[in-house]
Design a protein around this ligand. Structure first.
Ligand SMILES: NC(=O)NCCC(=O)O
Length: 419
């Protein structure tokens, strides 16, 4: 009994300390994430059960935390960003050697106000994420992905065209050159989602992910397939749906692809990357609490399960306020920000397990070590690809695309009689 009351006392102490953060914008009643809130609020044995259901089991066990080198955690303390690391296990195989890779996700807020000159804003963001990339390098990360349009505020809510000045070409672009040097330094593949200016095609603007190989080479690019037309996400004012299909990039560390933000609501988009053999899909995003937070822990995880690959989901952090108020034709009063970008970046695995998420309000680096052999092991176990009826779906889709398509509905004749 004495032991139990000591625990309660300790727990309430922890609660008090955490609650000092209650007023922190974006915190969950003072906590950085739902996981942290539950861990601090529940009895350990209850939390263990909750965690089992919330995060699933990896190879039948709770996901293991990964120890990072002191050099990496020291950078995170000095630069004040959340850093978390986990290890997804995979069973050993007789024929194939393990294919273990470390993968990193970076989430961040902007660095200086949106009223300051744009080149200063871009430089300040580059300066801000440099220590996070250094921490990833110090942690032996092999593949790193940044958030959507990481090199600028997410200004597309405003519809003001001056923000196009942030756009840059893939080859020779300032941020690409910055990351190419870091990719080479750390022998790291870097996925860099930017606002692209396609000079050769009449200065067209795209929402693009640049894939930088671990030799600092540009491997290629992928342009966002699905453009949102929801809430303040007025992105269609700036760029069109991408024209690069569903490429998979075979890097030194595995086959990767990028499903940019709003594409995560489209199961066939996820599927197409899987059909091309992706083993890790990144979902660099920019989304706000009020709009999408209940979807966030579900969609990517579901895609990882349905397509037997790993997914790394990244969302930016904080509130970005713009100089001029705007509306979005939804009857809401004019406002100057999108709302709170809730961070919460995390990894999902093909076996239905996932990591807790990064902070809801602080910059962060999420690292996972994963053996890519798990993808095939899950395919062998569950057979989702084998049992899919692609020919049936293809036929249905080809009917649907015809102008004279009529939905295949069989109506109860009794219903018609009654009508
Ligand atoms: N950046 C972007 O596509 N956001 C759309 C909102 C959402 O998908 O949650």
């Amino acid at each position: 009994m004495a032991e139990l009351s000591k625990k309660v006392e300790e727990r309430s102490c922890t609660g008090e300390i955490e609650n000092k953060n209650v007023s922190k914008p974006g915190s969950l009643h003072g906590y950085e994430s739902l996981y942290q809130l539950l861990e601090s609020s529940l009895k350990p044995e209850v939390f263990q059960e909750v965690s089992r259901l919330l995060l699933g089991l990896n190879c039948g066990k709770p996901l293991e935390r990964l120890n990072l080198p002191v050099s990496a955690t020291a950078i995170s303390s000095k630069s004040d960003f959340d850093i978390q690391a986990y290890r997804f296990h995979t069973d050993e195989e007789h024929e194939r050697k393990p294919r273990v890779v470390r993968v990193g996700l970076i989430q961040n807020s902007i660095a200086i106000p949106t009223t300051l000159p744009m080149p200063h804003q871009k430089n300040a963001i580059m300066e801000k994420i440099l220590p996070m990339i250094d921490a990833a390098g110090a942690s032996g990360v092999n593949i790193l992905c940044l958030q959507e349009a990481w090199m600028m505020p997410f200004a597309f809510c405003t519809r003001e065209k001056s923000w196009c000045q942030f756009a840059e070409p893939v080859d020779g672009g300032e941020t690409t050159k910055f990351l190419q040097a870091l990719a080479l330094k750390y022998n790291m593949v870097i996925v860099s989602p930017i606002l692209e200016r396609d000079i050769d095609h009449g200065e067209t603007i795209w929402n693009t992910a640049v894939i930088i190989g671990n030799q600092g080479n540009i491997m290629g690019k992928h342009r966002k397939n699905h453009i949102p037309r929801v809430g303040d996400f007025n992105e269609s004012t700036y760029y069109m749906e991408g024209n690069t299909g569903h490429p998979v990039f075979e890097t030194s560390f595995g086959k990767i692809a990028v499903n940019i933000c709003y594409g995560r609501h489209h199961p066939l988009n996820w599927l197409a990357f899987g059909l091309n053999g992706a083993e890790i899909i990144f979902n660099p995003s920019a989304t706000v609490g009020e709009l999408s937070e209940p979807m966030w822990p579900i969609e990517a995880r579901n895609a990882a399960i349905a397509n037997s690959y790993f997914v790394g989901s990244i969302n930016r952090v904080g509130i970005e306020t713009f100089p001029n108020p705007f509306t979005s034709g939804d009857g809401k009063p004019q406002h100057s920000d999108f709302g709170h970008f809730y961070g919460s970046s995390y990894f999902s695995a093909p076996d239905a397990s996932c990591t807790p998420s990064l902070s809801r309000y602080r910059d962060g680096l999420m690292i996972s070590e994963m053996d890519l052999n798990l993808c095939r092991q899950v395919k062998d176990k569950w057979g989702f690809q084998m049992t899919a009826r692609y020919e049936m779906y293809a036929e249905e889709l080809s009917h649907y695309l015809k102008p004279d398509f009529k939905p295949h509905v069989i109506t109860d004749p009794l219903l018609q009689k009654r009508a």
